[in-house]
Design a protein around this ligand. Structure first.
Ligand code: T3D
Length: 252
């Protein structure tokens, strides 16, 4: 059975982590397969929006700790450069919205892969754990970059040092994620987010993602220049002209 399942419906691609008996922990094969699916989504004209989720009761418990103890595994540095860093880069550089639909526990790299996505939503029973400190590691997969920017340095520092469990509701309250939905409504709510994104002009979404990412490292003056440049690109698309024409045709 494949450790990743993949499905495309009406331009909405769903990548599902599929090692439920291991809480969707990543071994090397799963991480490489995930990378391949992200590459496909980035390059395929059939995909406008990507949803990442997990099968079973977990989103992902991060690195498979049993696999990392094996003698044929690369060292930690190589695990990051070969497996996790490319995943984060592929998600953040993909010119399409990527939604993390966190259906259950998200720990370690599993949590931080969710947090690098463009929209992060969670089922109410989900929890987020910066599990690294408990096993003597530092948070990786972009966690030290994203988490302080999402929730502020102090809360990020405390969560990363203590390794506390954060409920979906707490995560939403502190701005770590966008929203939480009751478990029974989760799948339908994620589908609605997907269909809303699909219905919108793709180039504008891609340029919005780019603008937000650029803003992370720029002052206001430089960001205004970036907005000017990106808005010119957006305004030059047929989708913009068609959408404005449609709007102006609306009946009062
Ligand atoms: O070299 C490097 O490692 C660098 C890269 C690091 C990236 C990382 O992600 S490091 C962080 C790795 N992840 C963790 O430390 C989390 C470990 N897991 C847990 O703390 C707990 O499992 C959870 C809090 C996530 C969930 O707890 P619970 O009580 O709901 O489930 P459980 O009973 O602990 O786990 C269920 C099964 O999944 C169990 O297997 P079994 O006993 O039924 O056969 C457990 O061993 C397995 N499992 C859970 N997490 C992992 C795992 N197996 C391998 N690796 C895991 N990370």
């Amino acid at each position: 059975m494949s450790s990743i399942t993949f499905d495309i419906k009406e331009s909405l691609a769903t990548i599902t982590f599929n090692r439920p008996e291991k809480l969707n922990a990543f071994d090397r094969e799963m991480a490489l397969e995930f990378q391949a699916k992200l590459d496909f989504c980035a390059n395929s004209a059939d995909v406008k929006v990507v949803i990442i989720t997990g099968n079973g009761k977990a989103f992902s418990a991060g690195q498979d700790l049993a696999a990392v103890a094996g003698s044929d595994q690369p060292g930690i540095g190589r695990i990051l450069s070969e497996l996790y860093n490319p995943i984060v880069t592929k998600i953040t550089s993909m010119p399409k919205p990527v939604v993390a639909a966190v259906n259950g526990v998200a720990a370690g790299a599993g949590a931080n892969i969710a947090l690098c996505c463009d929209i992060v939503v969670a089922a109410s029973s989900a929890v987020f754990i910066q599990a690294f400190s408990k096993i003597g590691l530092i948070p990786d997969s972009g966690g030290t970059w994203f988490l302080p920017r999402l929730i502020g340095w102090q809360r990020a520092s405390a969560l990363m040092l203590l390794g506390d469990k954060v409920s979906a509701a707490e995560a939403a309250d502190m701005g770590m994620i966008f929203k939480t939905y009751p478990d029974p409504e989760f799948a339908a709510s994620v589908e609605k987010i997907g269909s809303t994104l699909i219905s919108m002009p793709a180039a504008g979404l891609a340029l919005t993602k780019r603008a937000l990412q650029l803003s992370m490292n720029k002052n206001l003056h430089d960001q205004l220049i970036e907005e000017d440049e990106l808005q010119q690109q957006a305004a030059g698309t047929p989708a913009f002209r068609e959408s404005v024409a449609q709007f102006l045709k609306r009946k009062p």
